[in-house]
Design a protein around this ligand. Sequence first.
Ligand SMILES: C[S@@+](CC[C@H](N)C(=O)[O-])C[C@H]1O[C@@H](n2cnc3c(N)ncnc32)[C@H](O)[C@@H]1O
Length: 237
Amino acid sequence: MWTMFNNWKIFEDNLGFVPSEEIKDKLNEYYKILVEENLKYNLTRITNEEDVYEKHFLDSLLFTKETKIDNQKIIDIGTGPGFPGIVLKIFFPETDITLIDSNNKKINFLNIVIKKLNLKQIEAKHARAEELARIENEKYDIAISRAVAYLDVILELAVRFLKIQGKLILLKGPRADEEIKNSKNIDQKLKIKLTNKQSLADTGFGERINLFYEKEKSTPELYPREYAKIVKESGKK
Ligand SMILES: C[S@@+](CC[C@H](N)C(=O)[O-])C[C@H]1O[C@@H](n2cnc3c(N)ncnc32)[C@H](O)[C@@H]1O
């Protein structure tokens, strides 16, 4: 076996189950492709095996303790090298996943992963969220995003994709509370409500806060605005 990773206990401890052999094989293959293609596609600063499995793979899954994932239609906005979207697909093959990123290099890499891992019901699209959201209005049960933008920015980029009562899940770092305070009630304007906050203790790879929103009503026509406008108003990227 090319990879030496064997600390599967950390997955069991944090998720409550041991990944199957098929899941382990697919994660190992994903890690191999990530490391092999990293220089060419400029994917991640983290390449050490233990770190990738914990800081990228496991971190992409911790939110699933708070919400049941089965066959939902999910969009991962600003997926980069596939976090959390590819990892979710490996663990929950019944999902229907769309990965989007504005950087076409990432999309080329994701298509290699999808092909080599023989993943089904998953598509990688080169698109900007604020543009695609107008085309794919209210199409998704879940929109998810990790480390893409400041809270008020990502809320506006993501909300139109969701069906009414759809969930927006934001995988955030320790400053999520500060971002909520600074978001100037944009959630009310966007007709979306914070329903749950998952604070994860620092188990050696940084404190994480995952935010769960629910869409209450259709998105007002104004949103999302052009990216430059959103960022200008936010004052944050
Ligand atoms: C810091 S990376 C995070 C990647 C991945 N989600 C992760 O957790 O490692 C942010 C990604 O979001 C993408 N991105 C930024 N703004 C975007 C937008 N408006 N629409 C689509 N993708 C965007 C970037 O190209 C980049 O790949």
